[in-house]
Design a protein. Sequence first.
Length: 442
Amino acid sequence: MAKSGSKLIYVMGVFLIGIITGGIFYYLEWEKPQIRLADDIEIISAHKDISITLVDMKSGLRSYRVSLLQEDKEYEVAQADLPLKGTFEKKLDIEIVPSKLNIKDGKALLIVHAVDFSPLKNSVSISKEVSIDSVPPQVALISTAHYVNPGGTCLVLYSASDDAVVSGVRCGESLFPGAPVRIGDISCYLSYVAVPMDILSSTPVAVMARDKASNESMAEVSFYVRDRGFRKDKVNLGDSFINGKASQFRMKAPSLAEKTPLQIFAYLNETLREENNRMIDSICDKTDEKQLWQGAFLRMKNAATMALFGDRRTYMYKGAAIGESIHRGIDLASVRQAPVQAANKGRVLFASDLGIYGNTVIIDHGQGLASLYAHLSVIKVQEGQEVDKGKVIATSGATGFAGGDHLHFSMLVHGVFVDPVEWWDAHWIQDNVELKLSGNPG
């Protein structure tokens, strides 16, 4: 009996010791918090936003501290003690402003430290070497006279310091990249800017330079905008055009098989037009840094002008408006399947079918300038081919969204359509391009 009692006491003692030991191990939690950096931070600019996530799913987070260490001196960026109720995950969105910390540009250590609510106060620290770069690049405007037409082109010359990795002219929401050039003894940049058709005197225009740390500098550009209006036109469409284009594009896209001719027209005029223009923008990214063209661009020989750049069209069918568009080129009509020449020297970027534009050729002329030839019947060049001014590259046609045989000719600046008339005009080129590039920046 005594032996049984002793055995029971022993078992209960072991059991209690197990409970106590387990409780101690549970209470005295050993697991450290986790720290996650959202980005691979290498450079801290004049204003740097960083995201940090702290996690401790057992006892919760007690406190955190974020700092920069430079030359044995620690600069506190952020710190906080968290409530006892239990914060198991904390996302920190922190802005680091070196000038407010009085920390110098150069190497530093970014340190993140977190402590949990365990009685053991488990802690973890991570550190990452970073570069403080809070000084923006230098940028200065060189050209001074910028008289522009809505929908036209403007050449801007500027200088940027060597630490600039991106530069160009920002017009409204668009950035037109710069290309390096040498004018006399001066190394600088040029940027061709596509002037919006609806530009206002309040539209912000500025030269921008950005360094590796994303610091930016700006220099304002004054645009002197001439008055200009654009035509409004109603285009009456008949059944032959609507049904003909529906049949044509159904063969190209089986997904249109169940749509009515009017639904297909709406798709072509809105959805496909937008997709095609985005594709053109992407194609024109592959521009050469050097100027490939020389002199005024050629206009199609013996051709009548049928539609102008900027024409605002309203499409009418049986007395009702069924769509609108803005014409982004000039339509030129000659004889059927007339020879189409390269408007200037360059390199073929694209030579194939392009949706509403039909058979299309796009030629790069360097530094963001390109020409587009659409609705062609036969293409006689291929992508990558270098062409001289005047070379026959195609014959005119009625492919794509065309209603009859003609050439749709466009000029583009970094993928944005501009008025070709300026580029056909030798005097405009001399006054607005050649004089600036010859060392007269005005």
